[in-house]
Design a protein around this ligand. Structure first.
Ligand code: CA
Ligand code: CA
Length: 209
């Protein structure tokens, strides 16, 4: 076949060159891979979850990746097109702190009302814990306490919600929080930073808290 192979439009290529740190060739290579997996040019929610199901066969990451899907799907169309996909990948791989925080804010602002409510943050942190925490008790209680702690630290005007400004300021002032709240798409780093926050150490269980 191949005579109808989807091509990346010049406009999209130009936009991606200006908005990402990828080179012309890298973008085209990403596009080839993307079209191979998604011949329609769009990544559906089901396909996205399937991909992560392969990486995390025990299903513990499912609820988290539903949120990642929503975050990548910038226009809320129910599919991730190549531009949405590559912009998000670029930010997670090589974005500056502000870009990472911008993406993280979208992850936590589930209802897209421009504020992070306490239950929204708790839900995401719970999904992260579920994915990396083996102790179900910790995975159950940890997120609520963690969320309360984060709000205590970040909710400067005490209105029970985090504005973008409060969120960005709070993360930039606290390295651990920055890692926990922004490394949302790097499983390895994520597991590391949740373990840091929990005081866990995979290889050495002697000094359990
Ligand atoms: Ca979309
Ligand atoms: Ca919200």
């Amino acid at each position: 076949m191949g005579n109808k192979a989807a091509k990346l439009s010049k406009e999209d290529l130009k936009e991606l060159l200006s908005k990402t740190s990828f080179t012309d060739k890298q973008i085209k290579d990403w596009y080839k891979g993307f079209i191979k997996d998604c011949p329609s040019g769009e990544l559906s929610r089901a396909k996205f979850l399937d991909m992560y199901q392969e990486l995390f066969p025990d299903g513990r990451a499912k609820s988290f990746y539903q949120h990642v899907f929503r975050t990548f799907d910038a226009d809320d169309s129910g599919n991730i097109d190549f531009k949405e996909f590559l912009l998000a990948i670029s930010i997670t791989q090589s974005g500056n702190p502000e870009q990472k925080l911008d993406l993280a804010f979208k992850l936590y602002d589930i209802d897209r009302n421009g504020m992070i409510e306490e239950d929204e943050m708790c839900e995401i942190i719970k999904a992260i814990y579920l994915m990396v925490e083996d102790d179900p008790k910790k995975a159950d209680q940890g997120p609520t306490l963690r969320t309360q702690h984060i709000f205590h630290q970040m909710d400067l005007n005490r209105d029970g919600k985090l504005s973008k400004e409060e969120f960005v300021k709070g993360c930039l002032n606290d390295k651990d929080l920055f890692q926990l709240l922004t490394c949302s798409n790097d499983q390895q780093q994520q597991s590391k930073s949740v373990n840091n926050v929990n005081g866990n150490d995979d290889e050495d269980d002697d000094d359990e808290e």
